[in-house]
Write a protein that binds this ligand. Structure first.
Ligand SMILES: C[S@@+](CC[C@H](N)C(=O)[O-])C[C@H]1O[C@@H](n2cnc3c(N)ncnc32)[C@H](O)[C@@H]1O
Length: 449
């Protein structure tokens, strides 16, 4: 096999990173924008020791599961890697990704049930983070996503996976920034004003919190003027904040945020609880699908434990703790971000929840140092998963179950293997679709201690 060689091949399956796999002359070839069962002509664009990359130059026989992507920016944007595949097939692929991780990494022979679909497959994403830049010659403001693996900005006028109001707010920002002398950020020279626009949108009332991330360390009068313009133009805007970020970094939000107009949060409703979401607090981006997960965990506890005491670790704004509090004797939550814990306390009060304790601490340290006993421990860590020590501590602290919520099947499988090696058993792993049209899949594993 050499560069630029052309082959006719069949796509076998989709990997956990969204590319198709074909086998050519015994070699694995990854093919983007493909669909299982496509017959395609590919050109080899890269050859590594163990695999190659191919590009489709002709679809000879499209798979019965192939569809026309509904977003015209599908190929340039790259955020929805599998939008060219029927939604029902996407769900099957996510089940298969989970099944493969359990078999190959956890060495678990377990049947994975069908993926629970997202209630909405368009306009589902309620957190938007657009980098902002500016054209060199005309000074036009650009806002959108980076092309995959680059920092080339795609100016996105309409994104069908986010609420329509977000397109309108972003367009207003593009058009009116100049009036207030706000310049788009130029990454190469680390100059300009506006680096990112972050919008948190409420699925329950369509209100928005707009966060302007600026390359400055204080509120200049032009930021104030611009924030006022945005706030006054939209009834749907609940508040406008400025976040300061002067670092040369890919991290979007700086440490400090101030609210200039309106409120510094939006409200969301999950199960029958009202939540508050701020500029930099973690909250699931697809609240309607998240509600399915919260209900699943709540019903499991209700059906399998009698008024349990539960530890919710990696808690964010204590979303699990608050959602399940009605069926628990007591809930203890632990989260490392102080702003999330402060908001969690407000939310607990707002919902009149009295049986919750909220700790602002590193989860590993808390698990190591706490001496109590719990009927169940919920673990919902970031993509990298848990440390071996934390898993052992969770096992020590729990009398009955660990409920592990994960957005990364590979680290979930690694951690389940560790838990099985110390004597736990995995009862079930249920995939949920939170991120339609992407390769991402959320799983809830129930582990008997
Ligand atoms: C995937 S989110 C889950 C949040 C929450 N369970 C929810 O569903 O909204 C992971 C959370 O873990 C927190 N986190 C990350 N590392 C942590 C650590 N070492 N100790 C405590 N919390 C941590 C993050 O700030 C984030 O809020």
């Amino acid at each position: 096999m050499k560069l630029n060689d052309e082959y006719i091949t069949r796509i076998e399956k989709i990997t956990n990173l969204g590319a198709g796999i074909a086998r050519i002359e015994g070699f694995v070839v990854f093919v983007e924008n493909s669909c299982p069962d496509d017959e395609v002509k590919v050109k080899i664009t890269k050859i590594n020791k163990n695999f190659a990359i191919g590009e489709i130059i002709e679809i000879i026989h499209p798979s019965a599961d192939r569809v026309e992507p509904f977003c015209p920016m599908y190929k340039v944007c790259g955020a929805c890697q599998i939008q060219n595949i029927k939604y029902e097939k996407q769900l099957e692929i996510k089940k298969e990704i989970t099944q493969d991780a359990m078999k190959n990494i956890a060495h678990l022979d377990i049947n994975i049930p069908n993926t629970i679909p997202s209630p909405k497959i368009k306009n589902y994403r309620h957190k938007i983070q657009y980098p902002v830049s500016q054209t060199k010659v005309s000074g036009r403001i650009l806002a959108g996503y980076y092309k995959p693996k680059t920092h080339d900005l795609v100016n996105i006028k309409h994104c069908p996976i986010q609420p329509e109001i977000c397109d309108k707010i972003i367009e207003f920002i593009r058009e009116k920034a100049g009036i207030c002398n706000i310049q788009g950020y130029r990454e190469k020279t680390h100059s300009g004003d506006l680096r990112h626009v972050v919008i948190r949108n409420s699925a329950v009332n369509n209100k928005n919190l707009v966060v302007l991330v600026v390359n400055a360390d204080k509120v200049l009068s032009k930021f104030n003027e611009f924030a006022k313009l945005i706030y006054e133009n939209f009834d749907e805007v609940n508040g406008v904040c400025i976040n300061f970020n002067t670092q040369k970094t890919n991290v979007i939000l700086g440490k400090k945020t101030v609210c200039l107009f309106g409120k510094d949060y939006i409200e969301e409703k999950i199960l029958d609880k009202t939540f508050k979401i701020g500029a930099d607090t973690f909250f699931q981006v697809n609240p309607e699908s998240a509600e399915n997960i919260f209900r699943y965990v709540k019903e499991f506890l209700q059906n399998n434990c009698d008024s349990p005491v539960v530890l919710d670790a990696y808690a964010g704004i204590s979303s699990f703790g608050i959602a399940i509090s009605d069926v628990c004797q007591k809930v203890v939550t632990v989260e490392e971000v102080k702003a999330s814990c402060d908001l969690a306390k407000e939310v607990a009060k707002l919902n009149n929840i009295k049986n919750i304790e909220i700790y602002n601490e590193d989860a590993a340290k808390f698990l190591r140092q706490t001496g109590g006993k719990f009927d169940a421990v919920i673990l919902d860590p970031p993509r990298k998963g848990c440390s071996e020590e934390s898993l052992k501590e969770a096992c020590r602290l729990s009398d009955k179950y660990i409920i592990y919520v994960s957005c990364n099947p590979a680290t979930l499988a690694r951690d389940l293997k560790i838990l099985c090696d110390i004597g736990c058993s995995v009862e079930s792993v249920q995939p949920f679709d939170m991120f339609c049209h992407t390769y991402h899949v959320e799983n809830v594993a129930i582990i008997k201690v």
